[in-house]
Write a protein that binds this ligand. Structure first.
Ligand SMILES: [Zn+2]
Length: 259
């Protein structure tokens, strides 16, 4: 029963994230007007606005002008529901669940705006500070320590921010053009602040690893050329997602492997 509710709630949140992904970069309000077809402006009726189901019922087309609706809508809805299921499985119905789905929902918006427009809006990074503040308050209650508690998060923000700035400048020097945007640098600093330096480092490692693999596959398929700007935000988001789910296990395993 709980799970069915989580899935439906996740799909509904995913549907709202689609609205944010489409409207925020265009400077439109995310509340008004009601959802409409981007092509013919046809306003969706309630039954045409049900996550996943409407897409299937309408055959993936606008009911008025029959323009194809992007698969991205259904992908975002299913992905969000999946995030909700996995976080529920990981944390149960706790404060940690609420914070992680709030944070990851924002990361879904950032990811798809970066994919569509190659930008990470500052506004969204600022909204991320709300769940981040909750995490920082919880962690600062755990008491002092050089790299644990609140200090770990500050080191994380500084380390990842400066690290990505350095990589960006280095890339610019090698390729003679911008390779890592300031959006990515700010996003990395935020992730360091959220996760602390150990888990922040793990999330960046996952991001670089997955980006490299995907880049090699795309180069082999001839889909991208060397030196072309590839949005890095989505890989950082993936890194955060994997780290929230399995970060502690991976770090324990890695330390045991070392010593
Ligand atoms: Zn239409």
């Amino acid at each position: 029963m709980d799970l069915a509710f989580i899935i439906v709630f996740g799909l509904m949140v995913g549907s709202f994230l689609n609205v944010c992904i489409y409207r925020i970069p265009r400077g439109e309000s995310i509340v008004f007007p009601r959802s409409h077809c981007p092509k013919c402006n046809y306003q969706l009726k309630a039954w045409e606005n049900i996550p996943v189901l409407s897409f299937i019922l309408l055959g993936g087309r606008c009911n008025s002008c029959k323009t194809r609706i992007s698969y991205q809508y259904i992908i975002v809805e299913v992905l969000t529901a999946l995030i909700f299921i996995l976080m529920y499985d990981r944390f149960g119905l706790t404060g940690e669940f609420v914070v992680s789905v709030f944070l990851l929902s924002l990361l879904v918006i950032i990811t798809f705006i970066d994919l569509d427009h190659q930008i990470i809006p500052n506004k969204l990074l600022l909204v991320c500070l709300i769940p981040t503040a909750y995490i920082l308050i919880l962690d600062s209650l755990k008491g002092p320590g050089i790299f644990s508690g609140i200090l770990s998060h500050i080191w994380g923000a500084l380390g990842l921010g400066l690290g990505f700035l350095f990589i960006g400048l280095f890339g610019e020097f090698i390729f003679k053009k911008e390779s890592m945007g300031m959006g990515d640098v700010k996003y990395a600093a935020l992730i360091g602040l959220i996760l602390g330096w150990q888990k922040g480092l793990l999330a960046s490692a996952i991001a670089f690893f997955s980006a490299t693999i995907l880049l090699i596959i795309f180069l082999l398929l001839g889909k991208v050329s060397l030196g072309q700007r590839v949005p890095f935000g989505p890989f950082l988001s993936l890194g955060v997602f994997v780290t929230i789910l399995w970060g502690s296990n991976i770090i324990h395993w890695y330390l045991k492997f070392l010593y």
